[in-house]
Design a protein around this ligand. Structure first.
Ligand code: NDP
Ligand SMILES: N[C@@H](CC=O)C(=O)O
Ligand code: NA
Length: 434
């Protein structure tokens, strides 16, 4: 066994700084787990002259990736720089140079995970990515190890800290979308381009990773239907509350008879659903297994130290594998062929808010469109809108399929009495079938 294990860090931003802090502050625990001292040998940054939030020996910093990727002293490369192209090339080079890799990069793992895991195993190296989904929650480990004996049927995840922070503050404190997004950026939760957070792409990447592992199928990012939170209004949040729901950006991955659906969208959850009280930057993944039943994994989904915990725990697994001489053997290819549900097979309840003409017959035209498509209402509200000849209609449907709902949605726009479909959200239930 090595007397010391040397780490090369690619990136010293929010997550990288947390990794440095944990390695410094938890040396005793690391040595206990790993049996050797753990050192940081080099750190790649874009700009070595930049002021850092963590105290660091300047000699460790480099702007030249070769100082890490081709450095014979480095055993483990930790990629916390983000992005796809550069990070992918660096990881492949590191693996080919027989260095184990730990990454927090969901962009990369959602797009190129299968390819990178193949390169890793061909080179007898580990490639772990626990921090890529739900920050500090050990959800990947839980699916791959803790629940490996079960068959996962459904995962509902609040897997983006930034949007959960925004929706919580908007809903509970009436804060403006722009102000809270800025706060989430200042706190280091958001991606360097926060569009990926607010438009649901970051959550979609995580759901693709969870779907691949949970269902043992090669789920691609393109298989995830995505809608973000940028159009969610204060009115929608208020109606959600009035009707006994909470609005969350929810990832849903569901398997029925071998076929799967995966999506990310702002959704209404009944206020007694365990996920409805997951607030601020916290994330949670609700997992249904055929044998285990229901389990929920909860914790901080973003931020420096929580995310770094996942990174350093992966490093410990790599180092334990080094001691046992079993690196590069843990990743398994998917067991099942991917089969996606059609829109007719995707079932859900929906919330819809409309502006309609406030006159006789308007309501009847809407209800007959729904009933003509065999969709019944669970709840219905109608209120006049002040100083306008319009009424606001809020509908909660019983369960219907996605195709029928989308058909009704487009027909509503063609009705003369309907001025606008203001918003529309999926409603997720409490039990597996809802
Ligand atoms: N922030 C979070 O809470 C979480 C982040 N992640 C993921 O972790 C990764 C890192 O995120 P985060 O720490 O927030 O990002 P930051 O933007 O805070 O840090 C990125 C770091 O990488 C360096 N870097 C970026 N591009 C290059 C490049 N081309 N060459 C050399 N150095 C480069 C930057 O250098 P310099 O400092 O000189 O600019 C910086 O130190 C991302 O993949 C992100 O998605 C995952 C879970 C949670
Ligand atoms: N931007 C991401 C960071 C963690 O993955 C988030 O907000 O969840
Ligand atoms: Na995690």
């Amino acid at each position: 066994m090595n007397e010391k294990i040397s780490i090369g860090l690619l990136g010293l931003g929010t997550v990288g700084s947390g990794v440095v802090r944990i390695i410094e502050n938890h040396q005793q625990e690391l040595k206990h787990h790993v049996g050797s001292a753990v050192y940081i040998e080099k750190i790649l940054v874009k700009d070595a002259s930049k002021q850092r939030t963590v105290e660091i020996d300047e000699q460790l910093l480099t702007e030249n990736p070769e100082d890490i990727l081709s450095n014979p002293n480095i055993d483990v490369v930790v990629e916390v720089m983000g992005g796809t192209n550069g990070a992918k090339d660096y990881i492949i080079q590191a693996l080919k140079n027989k260095k184990h890799v730990v990454t927090a990069n969901k962009d990369l793992m959602a797009m190129y995970g299968a390819e990178l895991l193949t390169v890793a195993s061909e080179n007898g190296c580990d490639l772990f990515y626990e921090a890529s989904v739900a920050g500090g929650i050990p959800i990947i480990r839980s699916l791959v190890e803790g629940l490996s004996s079960d068959r996962i049927t459904k995962m509902i995840g609040i897997v983006n800290g930034t949007t959960n922070y925004i929706l919580t503050k908007m809903s509970n404190e009436g804060s403006s979308y722009e102000d809270v997004l800025q706060e989430a950026q200042d706190l280091g939760y958001a991606e360097s381009d926060p569009t990926a957070d607010v438009e649901g792409l970051d959550a979609a990447r995580k759901m693709a990773i969870l779907g691949t592992l949970g269902f043992s199928m090669n789920i691609a990012l393109e298989d995830v239907s995505v809608q973000g939170i940028s159009n969610v209004t204060e009115e929608d949040l208020e109606y959600a509350k009035q009707l006994g729901y909470r609005m969350k950006l929810v990832g849903i991955a569901k398997r029925d008879e071998g076929k799967v659906e995966i999506s990310v969208q702002p959704s209404l959850l009944p206020k007694n659903h365990p996920l409805a009280s997951v607030n601020d930057v916290f994330n949670a993944v609700y997992v249904y297994g055929e044998a285990v039943g229901e389990t929920m994994f909860y914790g901080p989904g973003a931020g420096s130290l929580p995310t770094a915990t996942a990174v350093v725990s992966d490093m410990i697994t790599v180092m334990k594998n080094m001691r046992l001489g079993v690196n590069g053997r843990s990743a398994l290819p998917p067991l099942y062929e991917k089969k996606l549900k059609t829109d007719e097979e995707i079932l859900s309840k929906y919330f819809m808010r409309l502006h309609v003409e406030d006159k006789a017959g308007a309501f009847a035209a809407i209800t007959s469109l729904f009933s003509g498509n065999n969709v019944s209402f669970e709840k219905l509200l109608q209120m006049p809108i002040k100083n306008k000849d319009l009424a606001e209609v809020v509908i909660v449907t019983h369960k219907t399929n996605k195709r029928t709902y989308e058909h009704i949605h487009s027909c509503l726009r063609d009705l003369d009495v309907v001025k606008d479909v203001m918003s529309s959200y999926r409603i997720e239930g409490v039990s597996y079938d809802e």
